[in-house]
Design a protein around this ligand. Structure first.
Ligand code: DX5
Ligand code: ZN
Length: 224
């Protein structure tokens, strides 16, 4: 079962509650929240208070993608605010092992995100510790970019490593995901598809989520 995580970066923040309710109605099971600090990425987005408000407004799993320097300083605040999944960037964490363990100790699922230029092998040592790996399919910082096709091969390679090493982390893909490429990414081994403008940019976000679920889960496929 491929799950859909709408990225609120592309939502209308003045109507956030309404937009979240729409994607929930469409069958989304999680909500992707992009946290940017203007340092790790050249853009600033949202922080802890928004996560707190969303926690009170929805039952969706809140998935916080920290695109910030020194993310270890903030994971506790995000976990306390209600993030159930927290990812940090490998490129931002000289003490990645410690940061992953910290997220898990806080009771959240720990993910590691990789930029397009970062090879998979940097995760060799930590793969047994993570709950999920986030493969960036654009350079992080902005919504609405075009997917870098090599990311799909990277997902396939990571799924191969997972099978070979008999691990069970999930694979999430983020950036430029829309109805034109969602099925191919899912077929490569992706478990969680993040999509911002592909869903919130649609005239009917609930219907867009429904279509993405249909496109990525062929009829008869087992629900896991
Ligand atoms: C990019 C963010 C993404 C972004 C995806 O830095 O991490 O989550 O919101 O947006 P789309 O789907 O529009 O590429
Ligand atoms: Zn993201």
């Amino acid at each position: 079962m491929t799950r859909i995580a709408p990225s609120i970066l592309a939502a209308d923040f003045a109507r956030l509650g309404e937009q979240v309710a729409a994607v929930e109605r469409g069958g989304a099971e999680m909500l992707h929240i992009d946290v940017m600090d203007g340092r790790f990425v050249p853009n600033i987005s949202i922080g802890v208070p928004v996560v707190e408000s969303l926690r009170a407004a929805t039952d969706l799993t809140l998935d916080c993608h920290l695109m910030i320097v020194e993310p270890g300083r903030y994971v506790e605040a995000f976990a306390k605010a209600g993030a159930r999944m927290i990812s940090v960037h490998q490129e931002a964490c000289p003490h990645l092992d410690r940061d992953i363990r910290r997220i898990r100790d806080l009771g959240a699922q720990a993910g590691v995100a990789l930029n397009p230029a970062t090879p998979l092998h940097v995760l060799d040592e930590v793969l047994p510790l993570v709950d999920f790996v986030l493969i960036m399919s654009v350079n992080p910082g902005f919504g609405g970019q075009k997917l870098i096709p090599a990311a799909v091969e990277k997902v396939g390679a990571l799924a191969g490593v997972r099978a070979e090493r008999r691990l069970d982390f999930r694979i999430e893909v983020d950036g430029g995901v829309d109805l034109s490429n969602a099925a191919a990414i899912a077929a490569a081994g992706c478990d969680i598809l993040v999509s911002g403008s592909g869903l919130f940019g649609a005239a009917d976000p609930a219907e867009a989520v429904r279509s993405m679920i249909r496109f990525t889960n062929p009829p008869g496929a087992a629900r896991a």
